[in-house]
Structures are given as C-alpha cells and as structure tokens.
Write a protein that binds this ligand. Structure first.
Ligand code: HEM
Length: 444
C-alpha cells in the first residue's frame, strides 16, 4: 500500500504527533514509570483492573490523606477537599494555554486545530471571564424551570422508544430470540434525541452523533495511545465539520432553536467559540446521561428489594437517581490547577499543583456518606454528591439529566415488571466516563 507523502499530509501528521505528545504522550510515559514505583494516581489512570472497579483504590488514596501527592499529579478523594477545590477561585482549569510550555501552547491554540470539549475555548476548559461570557449565552435555555417544562416530552419519548424496542424484540424472538440491548435501544437514544431537539439539530442524525460521541469519549482520559488519540481526533473533527456546515444552513434559514440563537449572537462569538459551545452541548447532552440510565438499570436489577420499594412508592425515584449518581458517578473525575498558593479544607496546596479531583471517590467518602459502599435508594443525604461538580463549572445540564434519569428508569421498570438481566453487561472502556456499552435484558 502506498502512503500519502505529500508535504501537506506530512505536516498534518507532524502536528498530530506533536499535539498527542503534549496532551498524552508525556503523561503516558510518566504514568508508566510512576506505576512501576507504586504511585496510586498512576494506577488509577492506567491499570485495567482499576478501570473495572476504581473504588478500593479511591479508598486507599483517601486513607493516605485529603490531598495525596504523586510523582506527576496530586489527587483527592475527600469530599470536603473536592468540593472546596471546585468552588475555589484559587483554582483554575488545567488546560489554560498560558500554563503550558511555548510549543505545547502553540499546538493547543494554532488555527485549524480540532475543537474538542477539553481544550479552549470549550466552556469546560476556560476560566472566567471567558467562561462567564460563554455560559451566560446558553444558561437561560437550561434553567431548572425550562427543563421542568420538558418532562412531558421526555416521558413521551421514553414510551415511544420502549414501544419500538418491544416491537423489535418481538421480531427478534420470532427469528429465534435475542435479548434487547438496553444501551443501544433505549439509554443512548433518549438523551441524544432530547438534546438534538433542544439544539435544533436533525434527530435523523442521532445514530451518527452516537457513533461520533462513542469514538470521541476517551478524549476525557489522559495518556491515550497515539492510535487511540488519532481515532478520537478524527471523530471530533468530523463533528466540527458537520457543525460548521450546519451553522451555514442556519445563517441562511434560522429557526427558533438554541443554535440559531447562538449563530445570531455571532458578534459576541468567534466561529471557533461557536463550534466549541455547540459541540460541547451536544456531546455533554448525551454522553453522560446514557451512563446514568445504564448504571441505574444495572444497579436496580441487582437490588430487586429496592426496586420493589420504588414500584410501590414512585415518589422515591428522584432520590434513587441521586443515589445512582453518587454510587456510580457517570463522570468519575476532573482536575484543577492551583493558580496561587492556597488552602482547601485546611490543606495547603502550592501554586501550579495539578489536582485530580476524584468525584467518584468523593462520593464514597465515609465522612459524608454512612457505609458509602452500600447502594441505598433511601439514603437521606444522597443529593450531597458531587456528580455534577460544583462551583462555576457546575453541570449546565444537571436539571435535564435528573429528569431524563428519572423518567427513563421509572417508565422502564413500571412497564416491565419482569425485566431481567440476560447476559453479561459490557462496561465502556473509558476511565473518566463510567457506564455500560452493552446491557442485555429480557423485557419480560
Ligand atoms: C448524568 C448526566 C450528567 C453528568 C453526570 C454530568 C456531569 C458534569 C460534570 C462533572 C461537569 C463539570 C466538570 C468539571 O467541573 O470539570 C459538567 C459540566 C457540563 N455539563 Fe454535564 N453532566 C451530565 C449531563 C449533562 C447534560 C444533559 C448536559 C446538556 C446540556 C450537560 C452539559 C454540561 C455542560 C455544558 C458543562 C460545562 C459547564 C461549564 O463548564 O460551565 N451535562 N457535567
């Protein structure tokens, strides 16, 4: 096979390799070395057994102290420190280009780069004042009240998707019978359809969005291999290109959806900022909630007594969703950088410390949650979890995600009293996002 060696191609390969080295390559080498020396954080980000069950390691990190220094990163699994860090203005995002060496800074900010969710100008990857400016433009649409008005639509859609899954399952059974995969037929379709409707992007595109989202999901992890990074980068680039074409269509023929409003606010946003906001809203809108629904379904199937309580008293579903978010947080970690010497929850942290905030660990902190490794839908303080983060980056879609989780799970379990697991679920290979790729069930 001939490889394309044109100067343009060689240049783009070199840029990709440079960007990978700056974002993942150096961390990958440092992590491998640190893991051999027994560094707990390195195990967290690179040990396959830990990916399957990170909770014992979070407990070990917490036992060592509220902030544990590793050879390349500090970490906290303490609820008090995690919450205080996320709310403190002495901490900023880790992706600020100003904090990087000159070559890495140029690679992260060069024109024609891929615009992803964890590099500027994504809302998730910038500090105020830019963050405030982006968030102001979209927050009006995601108010708790506006989302409450969506509940009826979310419920109707859940029913429609279950009607279809049931029809398909009957057809499958007639052909010899196969279990229904709850993730692909239900948990992923519900949030992607709702966010597509809110943004005003065509719902016929939803399987393409799911495919791009699934391929790009490891972008939140650190230390990707070059091959994985290239796959992720290609998926994000395809989304960028599709979105740019969609903006062109909206400029010609605007609607009254959120993206049309953002395109109209063009004097306030560059094209790159517009791409970053739209791409983040779309991907964050479904890549996380799919895990809430999948994790919730798996947990309740494993705890039939608690499921029976919910069937008997549907008022408990709101708290059950909080407990699912606490116990199996769909976003397991984030990170912050200390902008100056500071103190969080009584712990001193030096300027420029990179602190991994282990959300999944903070949510199992026994200082806050009694018997934290027990799943309990009746837990009185389940809502104190940090699954949606805290502070200025607090999840914009939290109200929507809660409604989607509640409606999706309640309708599923009320409709199918004999719903049962039918095979081994398969976990997603990602570390930051925790959920299932496949969850085979029999509807009953
Ligand atoms: C169960 C579902 C969800 C979970 C667990 C979740 C979790 C999170 C977390 C942990 C963050 C902050 C990360 C950090 O502090 O570094 C975040 C931010 C964000 N989320 Fe969600 N999310 C969910 C659903 C959604 C939905 C449905 C949307 C739809 C719009 C959304 C949009 C966003 C956006 C735009 C941000 C960035 C906010 C900012 O930087 O100011 N999320 N989410």
């Amino acid at each position: 096979m001939r490889t394309d060696r044109t100067p343009g191609r060689v240049r783009s390969e070199l840029l990709a390799a440079g960007t990978w080295s700056a974002r993942h390559g150096v961390a990958r080498v440092a992590m491998k070395r640190a893991r051999k020396q027994g560094d707990l954080q390195a195990q967290l980000f690179s040990d396959p057994a830990v990916r399957a069950d990170p909770f014992p390691l979070y407990a070990r990190i917490r036992e060592r102290g509220p902030v544990v220094k590793g050879s390349f990163l500090a970490a906290t699994a303490s609820h008090a420190v995690a919450g205080a860090t996320l709310r403190s203005d002495a901490f900023g995002v880790v992706s600020d280009p100003e904090a990087l060496p000159p070559l890495a800074r140029w690679l992260m900010t060069r024109p024609n780069r891929t615009i992803g969710p964890v590099t500027p100008p994504s809302m998730l990857a910038v500090d105020p004042p830019d963050h405030t400016r982006y968030r102001r433009l979209v927050s009006k649409v995601f108010t708790a009240r506006a989302m409450a008005a969506m509940r009826g639509r979310v419920g109707d859609l859940a029913d429609e998707l279950l009607d279809r899954a049931e029809r398909e399952s009957r057809a499958d059974r007639a052909r010899g019978g196969a279990p229904v995969d709850l993730v692909s037929r239900y948990a992923s379709l519900l949030p992607v359809t709702i966010i597509a409707e809110i943004l005003g992007v065509p719902t016929e595109m939803r399987s393409t969005f799911i495919a791009w989202g699934g391929t790009a999901a490891p972008v939140l992890d650190i230390g990707l291999s070059y091959r994985e990074y290239r796959r992720v980068d290609r998926a994000i680039r395809e989304l960028n290109e599709w979105m740019a074409g969609h903006f062109t269509r909206l400029r010609r023929d605007p609607g009254d959806d959120l993206l049309s409003q953002l395109v109209r606010a063009e004097h306030e946003l560059t094209e790159t900022e517009l791409l970053a906001i739209a791409g983040l809203l779309l991907a964050a809108g479904f890549e996380t909630t799919v895990n809430l629904i999948g994790n919730g379904a798996a947990l309740l199937l494993k705890h039939p007594d608690q499921l029976a309580d919910l069937r008997a008293d549907p008022a408990g579903w709101g708290n059950a969703v909080e407990e699912i978010l606490r116990y199996e947080s769909p976003v397991q970690n984030t990170a912050r950088r200390a902008l100056r010497d500071t103190e969080v929850a009584g712990v001193r942290v030096r300027e420029n410390t990179f602190l991994s905030v282990l959300i999944g660990g903070a949510n199992r902190d026994p200082e806050v949650f009694d018997d934290p490794d027990r799943f309990d839908v009746h837990r009185a303080n389940a809502r104190e979890h940090l699954a949606f983060s805290s502070g200025v980056h607090y999840c914009l879609g939290a109200a929507l995600a809660r409604i989607e989780g509640e409606e999706a799970l309640r309708r599923l379990f009320e409709r199918y009293p004999n719903l049962a697991a039918a095979g081994t679920p398969r976990r997603r290979p990602t570390r930051t996002l925790r959920g299932y790729d496949e969850l085979p069930v029999r509807l009953g």
